[in-house]
Design a protein around this ligand. Sequence first.
Ligand code: PBG
Length: 322
Amino acid sequence: MIDRPRRLRSNEIIRNLAAETKPDRSKLIMPYFVTEGTGVREGFDSMPGIDRVSIDNLIEDLKADINSGIEAILLFGIPNTKDDVGSGAYSDNGIIQKAVRKIRKEFKDTILIITDLCLCEYTDHGHCGIIERGQIVNDPTVELLARTALSHAEAGADIVAPSDMMDGRVSAIRSVLEDKGFHNTAIMAYSAKFCSSFYGPFRAVAGSAPSFGDRKSYQMDFRNGREAEREIISDINEGADIIMIKPGLSYGDIIYRAKEISPVPICVYNVSGEYSMVKTVSAKGFIDEKRIVTEIMTSFFRAGSDMIISYHTRDIFKERWF
Ligand code: PBG
């Protein structure tokens, strides 16, 4: 006779053996927002647990996070001064360049550093590109992005992640990195980045809301799936080492399509609005945070994601949710 608890346990073992997907912490990337000054720590109601911090506090946060097992990070910079050409993005003394040098010095090569590459946090108009006669101009923007990529690589970034969605930026970045001998610096291209309301909370934290218009001329229309495939293929042809889908939650079909066609790894960005929804609703007790986060992450893996950028990463590691 088999007693009942044993039977239940054996059922669970069978389910585990048969499970097609296993969420894996080593595939998670934690984002950080770094700003000028010292002793700065600014929180946001829309993003509980995610602060805008100066470099000294960033190092403190990283010590705790690395201690709980985080190994891959994505950095966003918020400069003190902005101008119409986003000079802070490619200055040797820019906030990202300083932060990356400090992190490298402090943690050596025990941590993988990914830098977001975009001008929107550095331009006074908040757009991701240079503006001429009221229009975002592609080619002059691409030149500045390539310059920014090089300065990030020089500071010690392992991966640069262009999030601007300008045409031709991946090949421009690849060629400048090759020219200057950064053969091992990888490019994670935000290939299928949709023009999305899910970015709302991020823009408050990064101070990057456009002062006029929207991002529809350079980000993708969420009505389109085949267009995402074209963007992915062109980024791969230009030399992207990893491609990204963003946002994640309502875009499972895009992740699945990407998996069918992409010979390179796929990253999903579980963005600010998705995090904000889960955090605020679970704080009210309407959903179980641990369970819903595990379900969401598992669904990204099931859809075909190889890695995930998520603001939940810290909690997942700290609380050992999976
Ligand atoms: C910059 C950028 C954005 C995000 C990442 N890089 C905002 C935007 O395009 O408006 C969004 C990330 C998030 O919502 O968590 N171009």
